[in-house]
Every structure is written in C-alpha cells, then in structure tokens.
Design a protein around this ligand. Structure first.
Ligand SMILES: O=C(O)CCC(=O)C(=O)O
Length: 263
C-alpha cells in the first residue's frame, strides 16, 4: 500500500527530513505516501465503513472546554467554535480492512516513531479511539481548536468536492506563551497571514503536533464526503479515552465494543 518508490521507510534521509519538519514546523506532510491503488481500495472500503459511522456535534472553545465567562467577550477562552463529524471507531474495522492492516503493521509504527524522534511509541489501547475514520459531509466542519495530545497521525483518503481544507495557525502558542491576542485575531478572521492550508491530497500521510498549532477543517460543500483516517499513538502503553469522550464521540462504551476487536 505504501509508495516505497518515493518513501523507503528505512531511509535515514526521509526520516531526518521528517524529524526536522516536526521540530521546526510542528507538522510534516508526506504527499503520495500511499499508492494510487491503495487510495482507491481505501476509498471503497471507507464508503462501506461510513455507513456505520456515529455522528456527533460539539460546541467548545479552541481549548476544547466550555466558555469561561470570566474572560472578556471575544477572548479565546470565552469563544465557542462548532464542530460536526461522523466517526467510524477502531472496533468497527474488519481485520482485513486496509486502514486497520496499515495501523497494525509494525514497520509503519517504527517509521512514525523515528519521524517523531521518539524512543518508544505505542498504539492506543482504546478499542474505539486507536484508529478512526473521520467522515465529514456537506455542512460539516471542525472549528478552530488545539489538540490535547502532542501528535496526531492522519491519512487523507478522499477530499470533498469543495471546502474541507485543513487550515493551520502553525505554532501559534507555546508552553510559556499563550498568545491570546494572535489567537483571537485568527478566530476573528483578522490574521489570514498566520494561516496556511496543509495540502491533504488523498494518499497523504501527515504528522502533526496540534497542541501548539490551532487548526480547523473548513465547511464541507457538496455530495462527496471527506474521508480522513486518524491513527492514535502514545509514548506510553495502555492509553485509553474516558467514558465521557467515548460516549460523545462514539455513542458507546467499551463494554459494547464489537467482536472483531477481541478476536
Ligand atoms: O480531519 C482532520 O484532518 C483533522 C482532525 C482534527 O483536527 C481532530 O480530530 O482534532
């Protein structure tokens, strides 16, 4: 499935370039990481999987919490953005589905670990959140937000007819600089120069540190759904999500995980 002509997973130059991009940009985009044939197979599988997706909608600040009215109106901590998305959970993939096979393939785990410059990397132990297919349809969007994790690995499978762009206010904050003013300007649409669109063409693998880079997915337009796979890893084993997150994102708890996960 992997386009090994362009990306040799053992090539130190490829890995070093990813490490460099992650450290200087907080993002690393690898276009055509998958072959055209693999993308087409994943697209067809995604069409079938999407029928089982769970739809959720949320309203939250860019920090993923409720609005804090002790801040002034318009302050990022008191600004709500809206999101709506459908998600296929890990346990809903068959073992033979391409995305699950890729996620469970150790050489890919090793490649991602090296690109992130880490000594240890583990797949999530979350029966739902380890691997997701995010399905976004006409009118869906993800509002501006920061992630709670240091990195996200995504694979673009299908673009929508229009909209559905991954916009990134790259490294707009840091651990010692909350940068509320710049964030407020981005939220208000007043700082287009701080925003870039990451080219998520089908077949692209993206490594992204969303903790410091505020990002969004613009509104999907048209009948073609946007498909993106989200592969979850952590530097420690056993990472799971809370029951609250499971209920809001998947509409189920782990006791209701399907058979294939336990096989
Ligand atoms: O769908 C994407 O490309 C990004 C997803 C994302 O930002 C998220 O799930 O937090």
């Amino acid at each position: 499935m992997i386009n090994t002509r362009r990306y040799d997973l053992n090539d130190r130059a490829v890995i070093e370039s990813c490490v460099q991009q992650m450290s200087t940009q907080g993002v690393c985009v690898l276009p055509d990481f998958l072959t055209a044939e693999a993308v087409e197979a994943l697209r067809q599988q995604s069409d079938a999987l999407a029928l089982q997706a769970f739809r959720s909608a949320s309203r939250a600040t860019p920090y993923l919490g409720p609005a804090d009215e002790s801040f002034a109106v318009g302050h990022p901590c008191n600004t709500i953005t809206k999101s709506s998305v459908e998600v296929v959970a890990y346990d809903q993939f068959a073992h033979a589905d391409g995305l699950r096979a890729l996620y469970e393939w150790d050489p890919l785990l090793a490649f991602i670990r090296e690109c992130l410059g880490l000594e240890h990397l583990f797949r999530y132990a979350d029966p739902f959140g380890a691997l997701n297919l995010a399905v976004m349809r006409d009118g869906d969007s993800l509002g501006w937000h920061f992630d709670m994790t240091d990195f996200v690995v995504s694979i673009a499978i299908q673009s929508s007819t229009s909209g559905g762009h991954f916009e990134n206010a790259k490294q707009i904050r840091s651990s010692d600089q909350p940068n509320y003013e710049s964030i407020q300007n981005v939220l208000n649409g007043q700082s287009p120069e701080l925003i870039r669109t990451e080219p998520m063409t089908p077949g692209t693998l993206m490594l992204f540190n969303g903790r410091w880079s505020m990002h969004r997915v613009t509104t999907i337009e048209g009948d073609v759904p946007r498909y993106v796979a989200l592969l979850a890893y952590d530097t420690k084993p056993g990472t799971d999500s809370t029951d609250t997150l499971k209920m809001s994102r998947y509409g189920r708890l782990a006791s209701q995980a399907t058979e294939t996960f336990h096989e």
